[in-house]
Design a protein around this ligand. Sequence first.
Ligand code: AMP
Ligand code: MG
Length: 333
Amino acid sequence: MRKAGVVLVIVFLMAAGCRESSDVHRRTQYLMGTVVTITVAGLAEEDASRAMSAAFEEIRRLEGVLTFFSEESDLGRINAAAGAREVLVSAETIEVLAEALRISDRSGGAFDATIGPLVSLWGFEVKDRFVPPKEEIERARTLVNWRNMSVDPNLRTVRLERKGMKVDLGGIAKGYAADRAAETLRKHGVSSAMVAVAGDIRAVGEKAPGVAWHVGIQHPREPGAVLGSLRIADRSVSTSGDYERYFIKDGIRYHHILNPATGRPAAASRSATVLAPTTILSDALSTAAFVLGPEKGIGLVQSFPGVEAVIVDREGRVHVTPGLAGKVEGLAS
Ligand code: AMP
Ligand code: MG
């Protein structure tokens, strides 16, 4: 959706103890403002290549529909019509927005799909960034409220009630794209793959029979180092962190994950990693859990079946859901 400098999660592409075999194929493209890597195992090169091309094409198509940076995209049209009228959109946009609203509700508004006015105000994409004046933060904050967005799945329409409101799907669209790319791979006969849209990762099947995919969690304060790693098969993992898209002013770190309640960067966590059955869910919940911090964040993810989390709090302490206890490899206790 927007430019990202660093890939959040390091993907271990070597199965423990054995060399990567010749039937593992990998390709990277720059899409949705970030680095997308697809790995396919267990297929001949030609078949793997065809499947990967189709999956990248699907992500490119979704980017065109969901981008914040075009007036013609569904999102651009929804935002331009804020306070005026409802807009007819694609089924994909309805699917993402409905899930965004569900997580906005379940997280008590910690995740808020209408965060756009605050994201634009803070402008983490712009050079020479500065802390916006209090009054402007307050003004933008009053426009952020997911309850003022209506989504009608039957009519396929979306409406923002107030002029100036803006939907921003930066916290959920990459996960959705990873799910759709995984589906595309499966349709092309792939049963073993990994799709990584920056820090939003979907594992299709296992890497090899009896060998899970191995995913590293980026250490939030040591670039290039891992905090620990997870083994996953047919699951998704997403990480949200304060070490991506940030600036430091007077010793304070200002980063891109905003607390809708204060209008400022959320201060309770350094990173939040969520494992879930789908990437749209792991993506939205990692953003929500980051904002909520360790206690409430762990509580939120535990209210979803099959969802686990690793949260690094503001002091650097690591919190894991009971279901993950002892399962994060290499985690310093
Ligand atoms: P992620 O890396 O998935 O946590 O997504 C972060 C991105 O989501 C930001 O760059 C914004 O585009 C958007 N965002 C920031 N704060 C929030 C929030 N509280 N709720 C939903 N989206 C947010
Ligand atoms: Mg997210």
